[in-house]
Write a protein that binds this ligand. Structure first.
Ligand code: SF4
Length: 83
């Protein structure tokens, strides 16, 4: 039986099961500074878990790489706008 506490402490990570990035190399999503993120963002655009992935990254303050189609700078801007 799942309790309210379980729901709060156990995030739903099922979106990872169909993550398109699992088929690509980490260099796609964690490019060297100054490198293009265009290909990673294109893949995210076709990923069915994009919104859940982005929400996870924002909630867990993921600082590096492309998550949910946004770079770290873009996620930072989104967080600042939502305050
Ligand atoms: S949205 Fe992008 S980073 Fe997130 S799981 Fe999908 S492919 Fe991976």
């Amino acid at each position: 039986m799942q309790t309210d506490t379980d729901v709060l402490t156990t995030p739903d990570l099922s979106w990872r099961e169909n993550a398109l990035c699992a088929q690509a190399g980490p260099e796609f999503f964690f490019p060297a500074p100054g490198s293009s993120t265009r290909q990673a963002k294109q893949l995210c655009g076709a990923c069915e878990g994009r919104l859940a992935c982005l929400e996870y990254a924002l909630t867990h303050d993921e600082r590096f790489g492309v998550w949910g189609g946004l770079s770290e700078k873009e996620r930072g801007r989104l967080k600042r706008r939502s305050r």
